[in-house]
Design a protein around this ligand. Structure first.
Ligand code: ZN
Length: 242
């Protein structure tokens, strides 16, 4: 299996992972702590999220055809990667999302990188976010940086905000500084509000002052308020009275 880390250019590391590990030798030294999901794919990471984090809400409603919906997960993964009909690939990603199939993270990453149909890549990004382990962060950060489609980048920003994992705010902030699409910017700013890390306040204050689009200035104001509210909740022993 390929290494699960990103290069400094935010592309997937091309090295092979060490046997039984998530990362190549170099990245394993740097990242290979238990919280990152060693030793099995998603094993410890999935249990950590189960123990400490709430499941990420999934309001998606769609009835997949029975032949696909009842198939074993390995079969669904095969269709996700190989079926010639993009609607079947999309549906396979949706089913894996609903099953929160941790074993699908690697195939979903491949599809997010290489599928030619933007709706399939977008559904794969949503699925990675809903599966909700720390292993989903690297694929989402890569596509947020590099996918050519605005809808896919939006899905990645939303998923990273919902995941709520530490350090992702810095990844989103870096993208926000150079992103030009107003919808992607908006979703990045909302995600930063959800993540609630004060390190991004300076950037949001600057964007609020400089941005031409009113909708972006408003989003910055709301995100800054949310960050301050979250800060109060985590620093005060009692929640504020209404
Ligand atoms: Zn590596």
């Amino acid at each position: 299996m390929q290494c699960h880390a990103l290069t400094p250019e935010k592309r997937r590391c091309p090295q092979d992972a060490r046997a039984g590990a998530q990362y190549c030798a170099a990245h394993d030294r740097e990242l290979g702590q238990p919280a990152q999901g060693k030793p099995r794919l998603g094993g410890i990471a999935a249990r950590l999220r189960g123990a400490f984090g709430p499941r990420i809400y999934d309001g998606g409603k769609y009835d997949p055809p029975g032949w696909l919906n009842d198939a074993p997960t390995q079969k669904v993964i095969e269709h996700l990667q190989n079926h010639p009909d993009s609607m079947v690939r999309w549906t396979a990603a949706y089913i894996l999302r609903k099953r929160r199939a941790v074993e699908a993270i690697d195939p979903l990453w491949n599809v997010l990188q290489h599928d030619e149909t933007r709706f399939v890549r977008q559904q794969s990004a949503v699925a990675l976010g809903k599966i909700g382990t720390p292993l989903a962060v690297a694929p989402l950060v890569q596509a947020l940086n590099h996918d050519r489609d605005q809808g896919v980048r939006q899905a990645c920003a939303i998923a990273l905000g919902n995941l709520g994992l530490p350090h992702t705010d810095q990844e989103i902030a870096r993208v926000l500084e150079r992103e030009e699409n107003v919808y992607v910017k908006w979703d990045c700013i909302v995600a930063l509000g959800q993540l609630g890390d004060r390190r991004v306040e300076k950037l949001l204050v600057r964007l609020q002052a400089e941005e031409i689009a009113q909708v972006i200035r408003d989003a910055c104001r709301d995100a800054l308020l949310e960050i301050q509210q979250r800060e109060r909740l985590t620093t005060s022993p009692h929640p504020p009275s209404p």
